[in-house]
Design a protein around this ligand. Structure first.
Ligand SMILES: NC(=O)c1ccc[n+]([C@@H]2O[C@H](COP(=O)([O-])OP(=O)(O)OC[C@H]3O[C@@H](n4cnc5c(N)ncnc54)[C@H](OP(=O)(O)O)[C@@H]3O)[C@@H](O)[C@H]2O)c1
Length: 333
C-alpha cells in the first residue's frame, strides 16, 4: 500500500514518528517520507539514523497552514502525530495546547483537502474519551474535526480517520522513564498516585502496526480503538522496582483513576471487530458510506451491547507483574 507513495508524518521526530518511519522503511519502498516538525535539533538527530534517499525533513509548525499546505504537495498519505500531550503543561498553558491540538488539526485537514491527499489518520488518546483534562478535551475536539472532515464536499476524495489508544510503554515523559530515573538515582521509594489506578498499556510497535493496518481498513469517519491489555500502576512499580517500597502520593490534577476508550454513551454506534473496536460517526455523511459493519478489507464488526463501555478497569485482559516485565522488555526492542 505504501510502495512508491509519498507519506507525510506531522510530529515525525517523536516516539511514534520514528518507530513509524522505521517500520515503513523495513516493510515498504515509499517514494518519499516527509517529516514535519518544529525543532531542527530533533530533525538533525533523526537524520543521523534515517538518511535514506526517500527521507525529507521539513521544519514547520502545524499551526502554520500555509507551510503545511506546501509540505503536503503531492502527498498520498498523512499521519498526524504532532501534539502537545503533557497533561499538566496543557492545564497551565491552555491556549498553547488549543493552538497546536485543535487549530493544528484544522490546518492538517485544510492542507490535506487542498492537496487531494488520499487518506489521513490522526492519532488520539484514551484521554479524549469523556475528558477531564484540557489535553483530552483538545484531542476530543480534534477527533470531531477529523470525523466531520469526511463530510466536506466539493469534489474532494480525501478520507479521514482517527486512531485512539492508551499509554505507550516508555514514550517520552511517561511513567516508565520516570520510574527508571528514580531507580537509577537509588531512590528510597517509588511514588504511585493511587493504589487502584489502572491504565491501558500498548507498546509502540503495536501502535504503529495498528495505524498501518487501519489505512487499509478505513472508509473514513472511524475512530479505531485497538483491544489492548490494562495494568495497575502499583503492579508496574512492583515489576520495575521489586525491592522498593511504594509511596501513595495522591491523584494529580486532571488525572482519572481509570481511562476509557469507548464510552458507554457511544455504545449505540460502536462496533466490535476481532481485535479492535470502531466508534462510528454519530453524524450521517451525505456522500460517503455510513455502514461501519464492514471495512475495506471485508472484516466484519457487530454493534456492541447498549451501555457497553471499554475502560481500563473492566478490561477482561490485565497484565500481571510478571507479564509486565516481559511486556516492557519487549517494548524496548
Ligand atoms: N505517548 C503516548 O503515551 C500516547 C498515547 C496515546 C496517544 N498518543 C498520541 O500520539 C501522538 C504522538 O505521540 P508521541 O508519543 O510520538 O509524542 P512525542 O514523542 O512528544 O512527539 C511529538 C512530536 O510532535 C512534534 N510537534 C509538537 N508540536 C508541534 C507543532 N506545533 N508543529 C509540528 N510538530 C509539532 C514534536 O516535534 P517538535 O517539538 O520538534 O515540533 C514531535 O515530533 C500524539 O498525537 C499523542 O497525543 C500518545
Amino acid at each position: 500500500m505504501f510502495n512508491n507513495k509519498n507519506i507525510l508524518i506531522t510530529g515525525g521526530t517523536g516516539s511514534f514518528g520514528k518507530k513509524y518511519v522505521k517500520t515503513l522503511l523495513k516493510n515498504y519502498t515509499p517514494n518519499k517520507i516527509i517529516i514535519y516538525s518544529r525543532d531542527e535539533l530533533k530533525q538533525f538527530e533523526m537524520q543521523q539514523d534515517f538518511n535514506q534517499p526517500c527521507m525529507r525533513y521539513f521544519i514547520g509548525d502545524v499551526r502554520d497552514k500555509e507551510r503545511l499546505t506546501q509540505a503536503m504537495n503531492g502527498v498520498d498519505f498523512v499521519i498526524h502525530a504532532a501534539a502537545l500531550k503533557q497533561v499538566p503543561a496543557a492545564e497551565y498553558n491552555p491556549m498553547e495546547c488549543i493552538k497546536t491540538n485543535i487549530n493544528g488539526a484544522e490546518n492538517v485537514i485544510s492542507a490535506a483537502l487542498a492537496n487531494n491527499v488520499s487518506k489521513v489518520i490522526a492519532l488520539s488518546t484514551d484521554k479524549a474519551a469523556n475528558p477531564v483534562n484540557l489535553y483530552g478535551a483538545t484531542k476530543l475536539v480534534s477527533d470531531k474535526l477529523f470525523v466531520a472532515a469526511n463530510n466536506i464536499s466539493g469534489g474532494h476524495n480525501t478520507t479521514f480517520a482517527v486512531v485512539r489508544y492508551g499509554n505507550v510503554v516508555g514514550s517520552r515523559g511517561s511513567v516508565v522513564p520516570f520510574f527508571e530515573k528514580l531507580i537509577n538515582e537509588n531512590a528510597a521509594e517509588i511514588p504511585v498516585t493511587h493504589n487502584e489506578m489502572t491504565r491501558f498499556w500498548i507498546n509502540l510497535q503495536d501502535g504503529v502496526d495498528f495505524v498501518l493496518k487501519n489505512f487499509e481498513r478505513m472508509l473514513g469517519g472511524e475512530i479505531f480503538v485497538p483491544k489492548i491489555p490494562s495494568m495497575r500502576i502499583v503492579d508496574l512499580a512492583k515489576a520495575m522496582a521489586p525491592n522498593l517500597p511504594i509511596k501513595i502520593i495522591g491523584i494529580r490534577p486532571g488525572e482519572k483513576l481509570h481511562e476509557i476508550m469507548c464510552p458507554a454513551d457511544d455504545s449505540y454506534h460502536t462496533y466490535e471487530y476481532d481485535d479492535h473496536f470502531v466508534i462510528a460517526p454519530s453524524i450521517k455523511f451525505s456522500s460517503r458510506s455510513n455502514d461501519f459493519t464492514v471495512n475495506l478489507i471485508e472484516e466484519r464488526g457487530q454493534l456492541v451491547d447498549s451501555n457497553f463501555e471499554y475502560n481500563s478497569k473492566n478490561n477482561p485482559e490485565f497484565l500481571t507483574v510478571e507479564q509486565l516485565l516481559t511486556f516492557n522488555q519487549m517494548a524496548e526492542q
